[in-house]
Design a protein around this ligand. Sequence first.
Ligand code: FMN
Length: 281
Amino acid sequence: MANLQDSLLADLEDLSDNDNENLDEDNGDAEHMEEDINRDLADIEVLNYDDLDSVSILIGSTTSLAGGAAKELMIRLDSRNWHRYIESAMAAKPIIKVVAICGSLRKASYHRGLLRSAIELSESIDGMSIEYLDISPLPMLNTDLEVDGKYPPVVEAFRQKILHSDCFLFASPEYNYSITALLKNAIDWASRPPNVWANKAAAILSVGGSFGGGLAQYHLRQVGVFLDLHFINKPEFYLNAFQPPAKFDDDGNLIDPDAKERLKLVLLSLNAFTLRLQQDD
Ligand SMILES: Cc1cc2nc3c(=O)[nH]c(=O)nc-3n(C[C@H](O)[C@H](O)[C@H](O)COP(=O)(O)O)c2cc1C
């Protein structure tokens, strides 16, 4: 596969030769675009990721990478040859299996709503599949339930799902500045020997009051240290659900377009980071 940067530069030449008129109409000055793209290519080089991973990383990092220029590069790739890059990348890449876990039992839980949205959004991401895993049937952890080195069947089934996934998407409500008992209970069961969380990537979503559940996210990250979980750092996803306009409908479905866009960037970043972690192994 040709080096991504060469391909991008080739596209750039195309762009100057053939598309200047359209470009000028749609997006302004082609020369400025060229400068922007070159600057972004330099950023990719600094990041030192291989070929197509650079593009996924770029997408996952639009908030930190060369600001608007990075976003424009994405849009340009999207409208031109982006599908070509994605197709060749995915041909060489496995499907990333994400297990999604919700820390709330509430029927119209906002957090479960976020996960429904994530599953829907993931359908447009090649190479990623998200499975919702219900943790409500798990008993409260009690090591007396471990008999002859075996876990209760419902716990064993849960542990197997965790073991055979590539990464995790936690939707973690904040209860009194921490994660919920429900979520901690599930985490603890899967941490029993052998710890089936180890060396996997994870991302956190939260909804709450003024901090958007951010304090629970930091508690979850702290728990993840001992579990050997590797959380993505960017982009972060916090959402204040208690200020207008409404972010969810009465059934807990996410209805906020901006939040959906941010959620998709989290998924892309988790996807890219999981691939990176697996490549390094
Ligand atoms: C016991 C309890 C403690 C809470 N503590 C916090 C808190 O510390 N910070 C916060 O932002 N929201 C707090 N909340 C509000 C939750 O964030 C809110 O109910 C949220 O919608 C729960 O997620 P869910 O909709 O997925 O059930 C608390 C709610 C409960 C029931």
